[in-house]
Design a protein around this ligand. Structure first.
Ligand SMILES: [Fe+2]
Length: 161
């Protein structure tokens, strides 16, 4: 089971919460795999992919708003990840048992990605959010409004599903 390591924190609360949620999905996958429950495995993979895609879009919008200079390569990395996962689900659809391999890939890829590429945009995005928070009335409305706008745009139920 994966345990969240605070070294993985980006310091951006909303992003860290999403990353933790993804880690929880990976752990659910391990449980389903251990149980040998194929239906559950399929369901968890579907939820994990759906949530991760929403998270990627959310993250990309943050980077874009912040004018992060490596947005394009970061987007490419996200795209390649989705392609890789799709490769697995296609093999699974043909009846191949890919769950061990997929679980290993998810564990290593996600942790590495969060620790390196995501860590890299953290300070730029933090500055952008701090600027929004320091708006006219300094009541944090600029920042929270921006974040809830993005959550509503990319997550079907405000990021809590
Ligand atoms: Fe990312």
């Amino acid at each position: 089971m994966l345990v969240w390591d605070s070294k993985l924190d980006t310091g951006i609360e909303v992003i860290d919460a999403q990353h933790k949620r993804i880690v929880t999905y990976v752990n659910h996958l391990e449980v389903a795999k251990t149980k040998g429950d194929k239906t559950l495995v399929g369901e968890v993979i579907e939820q994990l992919v759906d949530y991760t895609q929403s998270h990627f879009s959310f993250e990309e919008s943050m980077m874009e708003e912040a004018g992060y200079k490596f947005l394009k390569p970061h987007q490419k990395v996200h795209e390649l990840f989705i392609k890789r996962v799709t490769g697995f689900t296609m093999r699974a659809a043909k009846g191949e048992d890919v769950v061990d391999e997929l679980h290993t890939m998810l564990t290593t890829w996600l942790i590495n990605h969060i620790a390196s590429e995501d860590h890299d945009y953290a300070s730029t995005v933090q500055k952008m959010l701090a600027n929004k928070a320091g708006g006219q009335d300094a009541s944090d409305k600029g920042k929270s409004g921006f974040i809830s706008g993005l959550l509503g745009r990319f997550f079907r139920s405000g990021g809590r599903h």
